[in-house]
Design a binder for this molecule. Structure first.
Ligand code: UD1
Ligand code: MG
Length: 480
């Protein structure tokens, strides 16, 4: 249910220089979603009455992405005044005048923060009738973060930024996570008062904390149990670390839902993947995008599936597949390459060293070995011989191959498209099928074989081959 007394402000106006990237920081991705997509999804789970995103650097790209993910979000452009305080000041100015509720502030670069942690923070804030409640963390390495300065009674006094901290303050290990809940009225009052007289010349949101305390308002800091939950992503080292953590969370969730994961460290599952019970994931498996794997299927080892659908009980080994559908109890790989538009029916097989693209292979049909199948439809229970290639491209246009049901094609065929092979037809080994084959026909076009007796002796005298040919046949072994 929508919480009309709740507004969430997502800060995403910063430059992200430490990523050293042409791409805006919050659009870098982990677990298949951009940093900001993770934050928006978490914010969305709170069902706030208002969701506001503050943008400035690379605003067009970021706005496009936000509007795509959350069309209801209000976009606010930050002006020339730098700092998180200014960002929030502009954010609350976008709220309706009669809004009297609480404002949650989160950063667009903190992707691991979850809704449960935010809810705990909001509940504590409301229970204490606090003016501000912030999420803190105790970190072994507090470098770069603002520190929580507590008074002798243990109450929060203020926050000091790394750049402005004294040596004593730098020893404080409790850091400001940059995640807060504020009651809107006192926040608005204090934001109007803060200046930018600090090492960075910015309006610090964190200065509000000390000012609120000075008015006697209730301000508290709630330490989070797992410090990594609030880790910000500022460079690529932190991005990789956050990816690993996120993956641990996702893998664990699926394990508890009934998925066997042999090696969590080498199994990567994107946030939008769906898995059934008794799915088994073998080492080196990467499931990306909106991949769906049904009950009892086995994936891996060393398999990457991007936006694929795998049916119940199927087996997919050492395979790279994108936008492919694999039917129930079908078998794929090892060493298969399924390109977009591949559809394999139930009990079907795409075997070893086979590449497929934009092709429908019907129930029970098999392409077991060394083939390229493109722009092709195969009916049911057909077998495509080893080493068969569909010649689907004449250099100008792509054409289709149609293979019926119960077809048996010989090894090493070329199907020169457009061409149709009727139901129940056969083709001989080495056939180049250029003309349609009627149902039940046998197609052969290989010229008769000629053996030129004695050719080696005449043309290759003195070679090992000639000697071997001249030697008497080896005596049969008498051990049998
Ligand atoms: C901020 C906090 C610090 C905290 C840390 C946690 C302040 C002054 N400091 O520091 O106490 O420990 O986060 O990660 O708030 N942003 C804007 N507009 C701006 C500046 C920043 O929207 O003018 C956004 C950034 O895009 C980012 C977030 O605010 O999403 C935090 O900004 P950042 O520059 O990373 O702040 P820190 O120096 O990390
Ligand atoms: Mg930061």
């Amino acid at each position: 249910m929508t919480d009309h007394n709740l507004a969430v402000i997502v800060l995403a106006a910063g430059q992200g220089t430490r990523m050293k990237s042409a791409r805006p920081k919050v659009l870098h991705s982990l677990a298949g979603r951009s940093l900001i997509a993770h934050v928006l999804a978490t914010a969305g789970e709170l069902e706030p009455g208002h969701l506001i995103a503050i943008v400035r650097h690379e605003r067009d790209a970021i706005v496009a992405s936000i509007s795509d993910l959350m069309p209801g979000a209000v976009i606010v452009d930050q002006d020339d005044v730098p700092g998180t305080g200014r960002a929030v000041e502009l954010g609350i100015a976008a709220l309706p005048d009669d809004f009297e509720g609480d404002v949650v502030v989160v950063s667009g670069d903190v992707p691991l923060l979850d809704a449960a942690t935010l809810r705990t923070l909001i509940d504590a804030h409301r229970a204490a009738s606090a003016a501000a409640t912030l999420l803190s963390a105790f970190l072994d390495d507090a470098r770069g973060y603002g520190r929580i300065v507590r008074g002798s009674a243990g109450d929060v006094d203020r926050i000091v930024e790394q750049a402005d901290a004294s040596d004593d303050e730098l020893d404080i290990t409790e850091i400001n996570s940059g995640t807060y809940v504020f009651r809107v009225a006192p926040l608005r009052e204090q934001l109007a008062l803060i200046g930018a007289k600090n090492a960075q010349g910015e309006k610090y949101l964190t200065d509000v904390v000390g000012l609120l305390r000075a008015t006697g308002a209730v301000v508290s800091a709630l330490p989070v149990a797992d410090g990594w939950r609030v880790a910000g992503v500022n460079d690529r080292v932190q991005l990789a670390e956050a990816s690993r953590r996120m993956n641990e969370v996702i893998v664990r969730r699926w394990q508890l839902a009934g998925v066997t994961v042999d090696d969590p460290a080498t199994t990567w599952i994107d946030a939008d993947v769906t898995l059934g019970e008794d799915v088994q994931l073998l080492p080196g498996t990467q499931l990306k995008g909106a991949t769906l794997v049904q009950t009892g299927a086995t994936i891996g080892p060393d398999t990457t599936l991007v936006d694929c659908e795998v049916g119940a009980g199927a087996t997919v080994r050492r395979t790279d597949a994108t936008l492919a559908v694999i039917g129930e109890n079908a078998s794929v790989g090892p060493f298969a390459y399924l390109r977009p538009g591949t559809y394999l029916g139930a009990d079907g097989k795409i075997g070893t060293f086979v590449e497929t693209k934009n092709s429908r292979i019907g129930n029970g049909s098999k392409v077991p070995h060394l083939s390229y199948i493109g722009d092709t439809t195969v009916g049911e229970n057909s077998n495509i011989g080893a080493g068969t290639i569909t010649a689907n491209y004449d250099g100008v246009t792509k054409s289709e191959t149609v293979v019926g049901s119960h077809v048996r094609s010989g090894s090493h065929n070329v199907f020169v498209a457009p061409v149709t092979i009727g139901d129940g037809a056969y083709t001989g080994a080495g056939t180049v099928v250029r003309k349609d084959v009627a149902p039940g026909a046998l197609a052969v076009n290989v010229s008769p074989q000629r053996n030129l007796e004695g050719w080696v002796e005449e043309n290759r005298a003195g070679t090992a081959a000639a000697d071997a040919a001249a030697a008497p046949p080896a005596a049969a072994s008498d051990t049998a």
